[in-house]
Design a protein around this ligand. Structure first.
Ligand SMILES: [Zn+2]
Length: 454
């Protein structure tokens, strides 16, 4: 048989030829992911609700309509994907923008003020929308948590939120690092896809690259959070220029004409009521905001084998089917300089030595304290454990001191409460910035007094 005329071979040659012709413009597809697109959307909506509650989100019809209009133009592009996009502005002096999985996009007021023209603002939106379309947030999280994410998603099936279930594995919105910080590869993909979307909407893709380059000026000092969340994949302008060469020639003359006016409106916005000037992002806030302090009004929580009441202005992360529950104000979850999130203000309820039968209260508590000490080399035990009653049963209360993640706090007070139960040692840690502790002991007393074992 003549190999040259082999029909399969001829077909393959034709195919690879066609592939070559189209290799110039790539169609990017989402990578490996434990989440379904529907779970991206659910998680994004849960996280969006939390951001709306905890961040100084601007409610201005004119600005919202304008962003929605630009977003709608970009959504016409086949590269935008099919997610339900939403656009919000956060009042913040730091330049940043972020995309939650499944659709929500937040852009800081300072980012809008830093853009020179509408195409640059469209570029930021197109870049963020591309992170969503290419599902970078849940992809990165999946890659780095091969065991925790499936467990968290399984946990979420039993009711409760995906966000709460993730938080319990240290992966919630508080730990922005995973859902909101992208790899350089994801960055070049978002640039690439975003450039296509811009071109489809009639905006010059080079403006996106120019804006990112502008943020890089002065070593990126003007936009540290943006550049840590969206690390420069290198040579952004050159990459977009190369991509443009592969695109059909187009006129990039889209312009609503509203940009200068909107910029004026943004420049004169009053700070929202819940706005607190933030320190340089990436670092923990200097101290807990007053809104974090636990409310004396309590609300109920059932952990299955126990029930208690907690301050009504705090939120529960993790559900009744989980081994550990964190109850904290949103601002009590603090992202440290290392990118890890810790509880700076709040309470943790969990089991120690679960499954080994009923422990002896005092030795089990001492063992737990030794373990906490070994995990935290700055922890000091503040004296002997004191006997108390927990849910009508004998319990122990121990004061521990450690370093607070809030830089302005010289120390953190951790009040550890333990009770021996048939299932193991139940423990509650009340984590409090040192300067706050005298104010909150009464509330903690009420929380401890509310514990019951059904
Ligand atoms: Zn990015």
């Amino acid at each position: 048989m003549n190999r040259k005329s082999h029909p399969l071979r001829a077909a393959m040659a034709a195919l690879s030829c066609a592939a070559l012709l189209h290799a110039e413009l790539k169609t990017l597809r989402p990578g490996f992911n434990f989440f379904s697109p529907a779970q991206d959307i659910k998680l994004g909506q849960e996280a969006e609700a939390q951001v709306m509650k905890t961040q100084p989100v601007v409610h201005n019809r004119q600005i919202d309509d304008y962003l929605a209009l630009l977003g709608k133009r970009l959504q016409q592009s086949p590269r935008a994907g099919k997610f339900p996009f939403s656009y919000h502005v956060i009042y913040d002096k730091n330049i940043n923008a972020f995309a939650l999985p499944g659709g929500p996009i937040f852009i800081n007021t300072s980012t809008i003020l830093a853009t020179d023209n509408e195409a640059q603002l469209v570029g930021v939106l197109a870049h963020e929308m591309s992170h969503i379309a290419l599902r970078h947030g849940t992809h990165e999280a999946s890659k780095q948590n091969l065991i925790a994410i499936p467990a968290a998603l399984a946990g979420a099936v039993f009711g409760g939120t995906i966000l709460g279930s993730l938080a319990q594995f240290g992966l919630g919105l508080g730990t922005n690092s995973l859902l909101l910080r992208f790899s350089r590869e994801a960055e070049s993909q978002a640039d690439y896809n975003g450039a296509e979307m811009m071109a489809d909407a009639g905006y010059n893709p080079l403006e996106m690259a120019h804006f990112f380059e502008k943020l890089e000026a002065n070593g990126g000092k003007g936009a540290p959070q943006f550049l840590s969340d969206h690390p420069n994949p290198g040579n952004r302008v050159k990459a977009v220029e190369d991509e443009l060469e592969q695109m059909p020639q187009r006129d990039y003359n889209s312009n609503t004409g509203e940009f200068p006016l909107i910029k004026q409106v943004v420049a004169h916005l009053p700070p929202p009521a819940n706005y607190q000037p933030q320190p340089a992002p990436g670092a923990a806030p200097a101290q807990a905001p007053p809104s974090a302090r636990p409310d004396a009004a309590l609300t109920g929580f059932s952990g299955g084998d126990y029930a208690l009441e907690y301050p009504s202005n705090w939120q529960v992360f993790g559900g009744r089917d989980s081994g550990a529950v964190t109850i904290a104000p949103g601002s009590g979850l603090v992202r440290g300089a290392d990118g890890n999130t810790s509880v700076g203000y709040g309470m943790i309820v969990s089991w120690y030595e679960a499954g080994n039968g009923a422990p002896d209260l005092r030795p089990a508590t001492e063992q737990l304290i030794r373990q906490l000490e070994s995990e935290n080399d700055r922890m000091i035990v503040g004296g002997a454990s004191r006997e108390i009653r927990v849910g009508g049963q004998p319990g122990l209360e121990t004061l521990l001191y450690s370093r607070s993640p809030y830089p302005n706090e010289s120390r953190e007070v951790d009040l550890l409460v333990t009770a021996a139960r048939p299932q193991g040692l139940l423990y509650i840690v009340f984590v409090t910035p040192g300067s706050e502790y005298s104010q909150v002991q009464g509330v903690y007393r009420s929380v401890i007094g509310s514990v019951t074992f059904p």
